[in-house]
Write a protein that binds this ligand. Structure first.
Ligand code: FAD
Ligand code: NAD
Length: 464
């Protein structure tokens, strides 16, 4: 039998795969990474995190000008127009810079970049573009793709998935977003700021399933205030394109009379499903679970020795930073080191304006485990938010009633995505609410609201 070509072969160059490849190479393992895309970085860099944030940033700037916020702050200008081509160019430049950055990191760390679609030939051998590659360890990091919705076929023009909604050539007259999850709210709110009428149709009773109930309620309120129409408890059962419009047939989730909603464009954002089709996993003796994910143990090992899986293709939140941390851990495990990921402390952020973020348990989950104490602090009372005229949102700290250990932190605030890192770090170190309350926070910062919410856990917030 032929010798191994590599110590480690990674399939997929998203945040899970490219990070695993770099870390494995840094640890002295001969490593290759195969991806079917033209550029490295996977969904996140090419059509996900990065381009969506570039679009959101432009929308935020435009929104500040269009809403009068800049003028009220004393920044006067004459005439305002949107150059959408320049917005798209800026997004494309962000992608190009970051994907090229990963390519140069591969070069620097001597990771071999193989281009093409990979499929298993056996447990330790993968075929790529007619070439067979044998590796001691193989890491599956093939990510996920947009889930289809029965009756609503994505045509890439009027009816799009998230990739199409990043690239609209003009501002939609009426964008209907199917799915009030992270993608729907981020992209829906971006196009709303650019001037589109936006309707979000969500199957469940509230937006953002999985998040803390107070946060979900506040998010709906805040997005409605921004002009998004939000229809919950409704599902779309059919779509028909005609004359440049799309007629959507809606039905109450509980059943009942159908109604029609006419859109100029439709974004289908009803979740993502793992990419395993075409991998010929049966040749590797790997079977997926009922949700299409690859089952792994705590060390990311599949049922087949030498075969690992990480990122969106396994269980857990479909988040780039979770994928990256698993990439580091699996490489360290393969190299014989004790790599690990604390899946209980993975922050999640929705990059609307203001941002919505959380880490750890929701109040509902925490209460199901035992008595808790909860402290809240409104951003309205935070001096920096006040000075910036950013009144929306609050911080909520949930602590165990007996030990005071922090179980969860939830935030709606302009920089919530940045603020949540402090909460994650505190929880990783097993902090109590008292630890946070007695940590000196710089003034004036939005982060002082976390300190105040921690003080409120024992009824001692200062500024409310
Ligand atoms: P991916 O990034 O999907 O990478 C997998 C790669 O494998 C892809 O390049 C794919 O082409 C390749 N591949 C698949 N099958 C094969 C095969 N057989 N052979 C060769 N190559 C293959 N997460 C965040 O944390 N923050 C955000 O702000 C955020 N924003 C997002 C916005 C959007 C619009 C979307 C769609 C997602 C967003 N996500 C965000 C989620 C994030 O992109 C994913 O969680 C992350 O990319 C998962 O990383 P991964 O490496 O597991 O998979
Ligand atoms: P999601 O799971 O966040 O939301 C999908 C929503 O669609 C849910 O609220 C669900 O109830 C609803 N839905 C499902 N079927 C429906 C139907 N028939 N009619 C109406 N509503 C329906 O999924 P997503 O927004 O597509 O995002 C996919 C994944 O990508 C997320 O899990 C997230 O982890 C990741 N992502 C993360 C970020 C971020 O971290 N900022 C940004 C974008 C995407």
């Amino acid at each position: 039998m032929a010798a191994h070509d590599y110590d480690v072969l990674v399939i997929g160059a998203g945040p899970a795969g490219y990070v695993a490849a770099i870390r494995a190479a840094q640890l002295g393992l001969a490593t290759a990474c195969v991806d079917s895309r033209e550029t490295l970085g996977g969904t996140c860099l090419n059509v996900g995190c990065i381009p969506s944030k570039a679009l959101l940033h432009a929308a935020e700037l435009y929104g500040q000008a269009a809403s009068g916020a800049l003028t009220r702050a004393g920044v006067r200008f004459e005439g305002l127009s949107l150059d959408l081509a320049a917005v798209h160019q800026s997004r494309i430049e962000a992608i190009a810079g970051l994907t090229a950055g990963v390519a140069s990191l591969f070069k620097k760390n001597k990771v071999a970049w193989l281009r093409g679609q990979a499929a298993f030939v056996s447990e330790d051998t993968v075929a790529v573009e007619g070439r067979q590659i044998r590796a001691r360890s193989i890491i599956i990091a093939t990510g996920a793709s947009a889930s289809p919705l029965a009756g609503v076929e994505v045509d890439g023009e009027r009816i799009v998935d998230s990739t199409g909604a990043l690239e609209f050539p003009d501002v939609p007259r009426h964008l209907v977003v199917i799915g009030g999850g992270v993608i729907g709210l981020e992209l829906g709110s971006a196009w709303r700021r650019f001037g589109a009428q936006v309707t979000v149709v969500e199957f469940l009773d509230d937006l953002l399933p999985g998040m803390d109930a107070d946060i979900r309620k506040e998010a709906s309120k805040m997005l409605r205030k921004q002009g998004l129409e939000i229809r919950t408890g409704v599902r779309v059962v059919a779509a028909e394109s005609s004359g440049g419009d799309v007629r959507l047939t809606l039905e109450p989730a509980a059943g009942g009379d159908q109604t029609v909603l006419v859109a100029s464009r439709v974004l289908v954002a009803v979740g993502r499903r793992p990419n395993t089709e075409g991998l010929n996993l049966s040749a590797a003796k790997v079977a997926c679970d009922s949700a299409g994910r690859i089952p792994v143990d705590a060390n990311f090992r599949t049922a087949t020795p030498g075969l690992y899986a990480i990122g969106d293709v396994i269980s857990g939140p479909m988040l780039a930073h979770k994928a990256e941390d698993e990439g580091v851990a699996v490489a360290e495990i393969i190299a014989g080191l004790p790599g690990m990921v604390n899946h209980a402390v993975i922050p999640s952020v929705v990059y609307t304006t203001p941002e919505i973020a959380g880490v750890g348990l929701t109040e509902e989950q925490a209460k199901a485990q035992g008595p808790v104490k909860v402290g809240r602090f409104p951003m309205l009372a935070n001096s920096r938010a006040k000075a910036n005229k950013e009144p929306d949102g609050f911080v909520k700290v949930i602590a165990d009633a007996a030990s005071d250990r922090v179980l969860g932190v939830w935030i709606i605030a302009h920089p919530a995505g940045t603020m949540i890192a402090q909460a994650a770090q505190a929880m990783e170190f097993g902090a109590t609410s008292e630890d946070i309350a007695y940590t000196c926070h710089a003034h004036p910062t939005h982060s002082e609201a976390i300190k105040e919410a921690a003080m409120a856990v024992r009824g001692k917030a200062l500024h409310v």
